[in-house]
Design a protein around this ligand. Structure first.
Ligand SMILES: Nc1ncnc2c1ncn2[C@@H]1O[C@H](COP(=O)(O)OP(=O)(O)OP(=O)(O)O)[C@@H](O)[C@H]1O
Ligand SMILES: [Mg+2]
Length: 310
């Protein structure tokens, strides 16, 4: 305005500044791209470096879901994680008869989840054997074993999709009535009614579901399957005690005639188990039913009583 610098000079100045800074910012952008490439390739190579799972195509034995009686036997099982200096399971032996409800209790880190992982053949045992109806799991394919079990695990998982898809999962023959029935038994019906689209509400955003509701959804998913074995690893740990009791009752009805393994820290939920295995440091230190173990005044009795001392 004061005619000190002409308009043309200002335009030229700004253009030159742009010309100078744009390659600089391009370099900076290239650097960020390189960094994300680095981080991503690390993950890709980690995946490629994973050990191949052992080939099982030659295994001829197969247990049919419908014909399995439901006996499981652990024989002197020893197991050590590759990156762990000492064995997690030492010489574990136990027998589960068809239709029994087996509870596994013990302190945190005792090896309860590890036992389940071994039973499902997620890891191969170092020595000893696990037999399903007398057939060693070493002679069965992973796929076959997974078909025999329903699992509700400690860490819940939901995938992107609607509530219906999350419950029905890969199970084709779930009728609408059965689905409603299941939601009612696990106490999800109220939660579903409050959602805008009911069962068809999208829950891709995991934050919209509470931890307890997540557990109930995974339990409902487990209930749609019809398998001879059932594994519940802390399946109701995030659910309030009243709902837990309701789910427990429904479960008991559902598990009639099935062999079930139940891991729980709240010992009141496993009081009625046929056999309670008390595990510590990878060994069974006590076994029996609730009354027998309470009479013994041992580790279990101490664990049980500690829940009421405050
Ligand atoms: N993938 C793994 N690699 C190495 N060590 C592991 C692995 N998973 C578990 N462990 C170790 O094995 C031991 C038993 O773990 P596990 O998960 O079986 O305990 P848990 O009895 O299920 O405990 P919680 O009651 O907390 O669920 C722990 O000391 C743990 O550090
Ligand atoms: Mg565990």
């Amino acid at each position: 305005m004061n005619d000190i610098i002409s308009f043309g000079v200002i335009v030229a100045f700004i253009t030159y500044v742009r010309l100078f800074t744009s390659p600089l910012s391009q370099i900076a952008q290239a650097m960020t791209s390189l960094q994300s490439t680095g981080a991503a390739s690390e993950r890709v190579f980690e995946f490629l470096d994973e050990q191949e799972m052992s080939d099982e195509s030659s295994f001829a034995k197969k247990l049919e879901t419908k014909q399995v009686k439901g006996n499981i036997e652990f024989e002197n099982v020893v197991f050590q994680y590759d990156n762990n200096p000492k064995p997690t399971i030492n010489n574990f032996s136990a027998k589960a008869k068809s239709g029994q409800k087996i509870a596994i209790v013990g302190p945190t880190g005792a090896g309860k989840t590890t036992l389940v992982n071994l039973l499902m053949k997620f890891y191969d045992i170092n020595s000893g054997d696990i037999k399903i109806d007398g057939v060693s799991i070493k002679e069965l394919t992973r796929e076959n074993i997974h078909d025999l079990f329903t699992m509700v695990l400690q860490d819940t998982w939901l995938f992107d999709g609607t509530i219906r898809e999350n419950i029905v999962y890969n199970n084709e023959n779930v009728t609408e009535e059965k689905l409603e029935q299941i939601c009612k038994t696990v106490g999800l019906d109220h939660f579903i009614k409050t959602l805008p689209h009911g069962l068809d509400t999208d829950i891709s955003d995991n934050d919209t579901v509470s931890a307890g509701q997540k557990q109930l959804l995974t339990i409902a998913r487990g209930m749609t399957q019809d398998t001879p074995f059932l594994i519940l690893d802390e399946a109701t740990s995030n659910v309030d005690t009243r709902t837990e009791e309701l789910v427990q009752k429904a479960m008991d009805k559902l598990t009639e005639g099935k062999t079930s393994f139940i891991i729980a820290h709240r010992l009141s939920t496993i009081k009625n188990a046929d056999l309670i295995l008390v595990v510590n440091d990878g060994n069974i230190i006590e076994q029996g039913n609730h009354d027998e173990l309470m009479e013994k005044q041992g580790f279990y009795a101490e664990l049980y009583n500690s829940q009421f001392e405050l």
